[in-house]
Write a protein that binds this ligand. Structure first.
Ligand code: LLP
Length: 434
């Protein structure tokens, strides 16, 4: 469910006409719905009712400080992965006392920053990292709270680049070595064992791998509680969202029409399957969802530059490119593309939808059917709120896009489009070339 729908002919975000946003701030522009994020947060919290849950939004999915503030206001902590992300949380006016610090290569400076700001816990990925955290905590005269990331060796059945819980991945410590890692942790003077963590992958569309992973590690988690008095179990993030029928999935009717055995994963079905497995542990449960919280809450607005009709092939060339939204080029991912002005009298068009960058990979969709649109008209890339702006870059000296947040009938710029001067501000010509 989300808050992007047509009002008459015009695509709205909540009560805001998206064409008005494009007119004011130009394109490409990311637009986010505050109500959709709040709904996602609330549904997840309700879906896990009966558990003591702490939701740590995986901010790598979308780290704009306004979005962070919104989630902090709702009661979320953060799953963060760098010193930069710690500083973003602070810049959003929040703190990291309910946040966890993940990642396979935390530097000494990052560990120090996290400790100085009372991080809830470090999610430790290896034995050398444990030694490093102990050392940094020692120099500050504190004990660092930790959980060890267990790799449960479960297949998440998702894209190879976003699978993390198989034994061949670089993440975590195999279940069979985890007891030894905890024993090692218990001997460090500046380490305080606080919990246990796992994360099996991203964009999971069925609950089965989550269930398999929880069932596999639960006995070990219970042992850790008995032996070390751990207080929490983080089951990671990974809940998938609807990409194919993105627009339609904003309506309850779409969900009702899905055959019972093919219904996509929802926070309700996720909770129903997992609560009974987790409740007997008697631990606080941490969740680290990123994509589910923001994915369907954002769209990328773009303007059509040209409709180029080729021999047997049409190309719709838009002003967004792989630098603005890299997911299709990087993971062959699907984003629904819809016109901002819907007109049923128009013919259908089948075209490759491409950006202006000089590579064939700069292609958002092949042979996609949509309503015919021409130069100057606007389209929206749906489900772009997660890993959209966050993965954008400046390839081809294209400026970072603008970002706008909508709440009801209000909307505000939360990140101005980058200027050329900002793009080259740190570059300089060395004296030996002058
Ligand atoms: N926790 C850990 C330890 C993670 O590594 C991740 C994501 C998450 C939580 C959040 O996962 P989510 O709930 O968002 O699925 N750029 C890719 C996704 C990479 C995910 C990396 N780790 C994409 O655009 O599909």
């Amino acid at each position: 469910m989300h808050h992007f729908q047509y009002s008459g002919h015009n695509l709205n975000c909540e009560s805001v006409d998206l064409a008005a946003v494009a007119k004011l701030y130009g394109t490409p522009t990311y637009v986010y719905s505050a109500a959709t994020m709040a709904d996602n947060y609330t549904r997840l919290a309700r879906g896990l009712a009966g558990l003591d849950v702490q939701l740590c939004f995986a901010m790598k999915a979308n780290s704009n400080i306004a979005i962070l503030r919104h989630f902090a206001n709702l009661g979320a902590g953060f799953d963060l992965v760098s010193g930069g992300e710690i500083r973003r949380v602070l810049a959003a006016g929040s703190n990291v006392k309910t946040s966890v610090f993940a990642g396979v290569g935390k530097t000494e400076a990052e560990i120090k920053l996290a400790l100085q700001n009372d991080i809830f816990a470090f999610h430790v990925e290896s034995e050398p990292e444990l030694a490093r955290i102990n050392h940094v905590a020692g120099t500050l005269g504190v004990r660092a709270p930790i959980a060890i990331r267990i790799n449960p060796d479960v297949d998440a059945h998702t894209h190879a680049k976003i699978t993390t819980g198989k034994s061949g991945n670089k993440f975590g410590i195999p279940l069979k070595h985890a007891a030894a890692a905890y024993e090692a942790a218990s001997k460090y003077p500046h380490i305080q064992i606080k919990g246990v963590q796992m994360h099996i992958g991203s964009q999971l569309t069925s609950v089965a791998p989550f269930v398999e992973a929880v069932e596999k590690v639960a006995p070990f988690v219970a042992e850790l509680k008995a032996q070390y008095g751990i207080t929490y179990f983080s089951i990671g993030g990974g809940m998938g969202i609807i990409y194919k029928d993105a627009l339609a999935s904003g309506e309850q009717a779409w969900w009702d029409a899905q055959p019972a055995d093919q219904r996509p994963l929802t926070p309700e079905s996720y909770g129903a399957a997992l609560v009974p497995l987790l409740q007997p542990l008697g631990l606080k449960i941490l969740l680290e969802h990123g994509r589910f919280m923001v994915g369907n809450a954002g769209v990328l607005l773009s303007r059509v530059e040209h409709l180029k009709r080729g021999a047997g092939k049409n190309f719709l060339i838009v002003d967004a490119a792989m630098n603005d939204l890299v997911r299709p080029a990087m993971y062959d991912s699907y984003h629904e593309i819809v016109p901002l002005h819907r007109d049923s009298s128009r013919r259908a068009l089948v075209a490759d939808i491409v950006g202006p960058i000089c590579e064939s990979g700069d292609c958002f969709a092949k042979d996609r059917q949509l309503q015919e649109v021409g130069e100057g008209e606007l389209v929206a890339f749906m489900s772009a709120g997660a890993y959209g702006y966050a993965m954008a870059n400046r390839y081809n000296t294209r400026a970072m896009a603008a970002e706008v947040l909508v709440k009801g009938s209000a909307f505000e710029l939360i990140n101005a489009r980058e200027t050329f001067e900002q793009m080259i501000a740190n570059e300089k010509i060395p004296a030996f070339l002058k």
